[in-house]
Design a protein around this ligand. Structure first.
Ligand code: ADP
Ligand code: TRP
Length: 320
């Protein structure tokens, strides 16, 4: 099994990214060969400030290494250190029907939000397909919102293989069910575009303030409360053991506990569970040469792999 996933370096990572994508990707590294990259080319569709892009790439690298990515087991690299994927994206683009891309929700949502439509934004799923296919990935762990992009990738791979011969492995998506969508402060999907996130590595003060802003219903302290419809509880559950979860659920139902107290419990469990990650991140921050060396080593390996696939695709299409 070969796993691959990517994450955009555009904005600070939050709990939705962690439970939806980072943790599953990190857990899966023990189950097969894993590739994980920082999607710096994709980020150009939304980040136009070079300094912000550099910072974003550095932060994602630190975040992943701090949260347990093992660079000995996982090939960890920057997408833009493997320019072969952009050539592969071109080869794929000539067999990708317009309609397939026009149907993509992610593109339509971005346009609806007023982001200017450009070719990169439209072709985004083709570059993503190239990422996945270049490494002959079999399993791609992503959050639910990327499911359609995976289907596009599969469609492109199947079409290419039918037309030019078997060059690509057709990948499967892996969407962790238990944490399909992590809710944000307002109860909608947690997303940096909704400004409803709790960042993984915010300061204590910021983090506490964000947790305190979680929207709840207005039941009084004494009332019995329903944990299953409460955002605070949904987030608490992600960190808690079964026993801790049942204990808090029982307190919700019994009444006598206000939402303020539940928020404190959530803050405490998050802050405690992440303490080792924060310490590791602080250490890594002092050692940029180590981080750079990890990414370079990853890129060398990834490039060798991508070059092999690209050569096969070129040959199949008659470019040899
Ligand atoms: P954002 O919505 O903040 O822009 P991205 O779209 O960059 O986040 O997502 C990066 C990864 O994290 C993707 O695999 C995505 O599916 C996952 N992810 C993001 N937000 C959530 C969420 N609220 N719940 C579960 N997974 C999420
Ligand atoms: N589009 C993905 C996201 O926004 C990032 C990404 C780019 C990716 N290429 C990929 C994810 C390949 C998985 C596989 O989250």
């Amino acid at each position: 099994m070969r796993l691959l996933s990517g994450i955009q370096p555009s904005g600070n990572l939050h709990l939705g990214n962690y439970f939806g994508m980072m943790r599953p990707a990190i857990e899966l590294q023990s189950r097969g060969e894993a590739f994980l990259f920082i999607a710096s080319y994709h980020a150009l569709t939304s980040v136009s400030d070079p300094a912000a892009l550099r910072r974003g790439v550095r932060d994602v690298a630190l975040d992943f290494l701090a949260c347990g990515l093992d660079a000995e087991r996982t090939c960890f690299f920057r997408q833009s250190d493997v320019p072969e994927v952009t050539e592969l994206a071109w080869l794929l683009s000539v067999i990708t029907p317009m309609g397939l891309l026009e149907r993509c929700h992610s593109y339509k949502d971005k346009i609806a939000k007023g982001i200017a439509a450009n070719h990169g934004l439209f072709a985004y799923p083709v570059l993503m397909a190239a990422d996945i296919l270049a490494y002959q990935s079999t399993l791609v762990p992503v959050g639910r919102d990327q499911k359609q992009h995976l289907e596009v990738t599969r469609d492109i791979a199947i079409k290419f293989n039918q037309q030019f011969g078997e060059v690509f492995t057709v990948p499967e998506g892996h969407i962790p069910d238990a944490v399909a969508v992590v809710p944000g402060l307002d109860g909608q999907k947690m997303s940096k575009s909704y400004n409803n996130t709790i960042e993984l590595f915010g300061t204590e003060k910021e983090t506490r303030a964000r947790v305190m802003r979680i929207v709840t219903d207005s039941k009084p302290l004494e009332a019995s409360k329903d944990p299953d419809t409460c955002t605070i509880f949904s987030l608490y559950k992600l960190f808690a053991s079964e026993a801790e979860r049942d204990a808090l659920a029982a307190r919700y139902r019994a009444g006598g506990m206000g939402y303020g107290e539940a928020k404190k419990a959530l803050f405490e469990i998050f802050w405690t569970r992440f303490a080792p990650f924060r310490a590791r991140r602080a250490e890594l921050e002092q050692n940029p040469a180590f981080v750079e060396a990890v990414l370079r080593r990853g890129a060398d390996r990834a490039r060798a792999e991508a070059a092999r696939t690209l050569a096969a695709a070129r040959r199949a299409m008659g470019l040899d």
